[in-house]
Design a protein around this ligand. Structure first.
Ligand code: R5P
Length: 295
């Protein structure tokens, strides 16, 4: 039996193959067949003692059951250690019951995954009140990688000029907008956001910020509906921004959402490939490989 291999769920074949080449290890696809009644047959082709299972957890409701079945199949084939690489980690927002009777999704999903895997590697998990991934997954080893430096690379390639300003659209984006700005050696400002509904946010710009004539890069960890970026862009345009682009780690938005972003004045949105998406502009494979090789 081999010592290490990479297995991947069908949606992740391309990204997992990039990781397999970056690590020079074998890639073993997982096959899935949906029955007419909605159940799924999962078949792992091979396992190694240490098997990396690649599954990005966007659209989690359709992915979680097949993922657990895949982990079980890999164990049956002899995997002694399963490392789940989930570049986008789902259900991290709901970390408490905001109203009586609500499930604390973060805790439930962490418990489910922890019972099937030995280690988790993810990128820029969307944590709020609990900042440390280790406290969310106390029973297994977990590694959280930062996507900030990758976004900074995208700016470097664009040959940034003096009129560039990075903008974090909300306080939560503050710390890592700063990290991107430091890496790219560019100035930044952080806006203030109030969420009024799933697709409704209100944003304000700090009084001292000057955006007139600037080439703006909006940077956010995740673009879900795009409401945050669209609202920030509208405001920045009103205040005279010359050009607005956006960079994100996890692009979850639909093609329709992308049209709204264009209409709001964002000329281009680029993302990392934590989630396979038409805006992907940079691969996380080298980042993942470096972390996994260190293990
Ligand atoms: C907020 O906590 C995040 O950093 C994002 O700004 C937010 O999740 C984006 O969501 P949407 O695209 O739906 O506004």
């Amino acid at each position: 039996m081999k010592n290490i291999s990479i297995a991947a769920m069908p949606n992740d074949f391309a990204s997992a193959q990039r990781l397999a080449s970056a690590m020079s290890v074998e890639f073993a696809p997982i096959e899935i067949r949906d029955f007419p009644d909605g159940e799924t047959l999962v078949r792992a082709s091979d396992a190694a003692r240490q098997t990396i299972l690649y599954c990005s957890l966007n659209n989690p409701n359709e992915k979680l059951a097949p993922l657990v079945l895949a982990a079980s199949a890999l164990r049956d084939l002899g995997a002694e250690e399963i490392i789940l690489v989930a570049p986008y980690l789902c259900y991290m927002r709901q970390d408490k019951a905001f109203h009586r009777g609500e499930a604390v999704s973060q805790r439930v999903i962490a418990k489910l995954l922890s019972s099937w895997i030995d280690q988790l590697v993810t990128v820029e998990p969307h944590l709020h009140r609990v900042q440390d991934l280790g406290s969310v997954f106390p029973d297994i080893k977990s590694i959280s990688l930062s996507g900030a430096l990758l976004l900074a690379e995208l700016i470097d390639r664009d040959d940034a000029k003096d009129d560039v300003l990075l903008v974090g659209p909300d306080q939560e984006a503050g710390a890592w907008t700063k990290a991107v700005a430091q890496k790219a050696q560019l100035p930044y400002v952080v806006l203030t956001k109030k969420r009024l509904g799933d697709r409704d946010v209100s944003i304000t710009i700090p009084k001292e910020a000057t955006v007139k004539g600037k080439h703006i890069y909006l940077v956010d960890d995740v673009v879900s509906t795009g409401a945050t970026l669209a609202s920030a862009a509208t405001l920045l345009r009103e205040q005279g921004a010359a050009m607005i682009e956006a960079l994100t780690v996890h692009a979850l938005c639909s093609s329709e959402d992308l049209k709204h972003l264009k209409a709001a004045g964002i000329t281009r949105l680029r993302s990392t490939d934590t989630v396979s998406h038409e805006t992907n502009a940079i691969s996380i494979a080298p980042l993942l490989a470096a972390a996994l090789v260190r293990e």
